[in-house]
Unconditional design. Structure first.
Length: 282
């Protein structure tokens, strides 16, 4: 009897899933980078005209919140997988011959080859970051963009560390100050100096009761106004942002509506609430 139940139960599950009208597909596209690969894992569900993009493999809370929002509102979600040894890494590493290179996958969306060259570092070997190397990173950027193109709204999913400035010891005696990590206050002009983030920002709204790690970055004034009305932390990217190879600058140049949801690592429920706040308005 137990065996029969086990046989029937999965069929029942499949049917109930189908009857509820929820069908989610999962596709994997493999991009070759020298001797290594990056997988684009693509989830699709009927319903929304937005696409979620998750480029930093180690930012797992934002992926979890994104998948929850996909189940609720539909749309498409694209995530990158490139560590196949059980670890999760922010940066993509690839080997070509005896050389090994590394780059941040959110710094490769640019037509400016000097920006792209600056985004890639040699970590092993004696090679150079030449046209062949930038070409490899550019091919990945194009493959990702290909999945996002055509959607009127791109929602990027990110997590940050939210750590204050602190002393760190290196080489036993040498101490140095680690600056405070990235947050909404990175966009505030401090001590008479603008950071690169600050140079790309036109307006900021900070709700004093919300932590500085949870905020949206938007590229269109209407989205900033909406978030201000909802009293949620928001940064409006300006009309002439610094080209740092990031997707927010690239999407804005193409005139595509882009919203980045940032939350501290591990804060799935907070980030989920942020996505509900955003998508529940539509
Ligand atoms: Zn990120």
């Amino acid at each position: 009897m137990k065996n029969l139940f086990l046989k029937i139960f999965p069929i029942f599950l499949l049917f109930s899933f189908h009857f509820a009208g929820i069908t989610q597909s999962r596709t994997v596209r493999t991009i070759t980078l020298g001797q290594d690969t990056v997988q684009l894992i693509i989830y699709e569900q009927k319903g929304g005209d937005h696409v979620f993009i998750h480029v930093h493999e180690n930012e797992t809370a934002s992926l979890q919140a994104g998948l929850q929002a996909l189940s609720k509102y539909g749309g498409k979600l694209v995530t990158l997988a490139h560590s196949f040894d059980g670890t999760k890494n922010r940066n993509v590493t690839f080997r070509l011959g005896k050389n090994q290179y590394v780059f941040d996958p959110n710094r490769i969306f640019t037509k400016d080859m000097s920006v792209l060259t600056g985004s890639i570092s040699l970590v092993k070997g004696k090679g150079k970051v030449d046209g062949q190397i930038t070409g490899i990173a550019d091919r990945l950027a194009k493959a990702i963009w290909n999945e996002l193109e055509g959607y009127p709204l791109i929602i990027a999913l990110h997590n940050n560390k939210n750590m204050p400035a602190q002393y760190k010891t290196r080489w036993l005696f040498w101490k140095h100050i680690e600056p405070e990590s990235y947050s909404i206050t990175s966009y505030v002009r401090k001590f008479d100096q603008s950071s690169d983030s600050g140079k790309s920002c036109s307006d900021i709204y900070i709700n004093p009761s919300i932590n500085n790690s949870e905020f949206f970055i938007v590229t269109q004034r209407a989205d900033f106004d909406l978030l201000y009305r909802l009293r949620y932390n928001a940064v409006l990217q300006n009309q002439n942002p610094v080209d740092d190879g990031s997707l927010s600058v690239f999407a804005a140049k193409k005139g595509i509506r882009y919203i980045n949801a940032e939350a501290k690592h591990g804060r799935v429920s907070e980030q989920s609430a942020m996505l509900n706040l955003l998508l529940g308005q539509r």
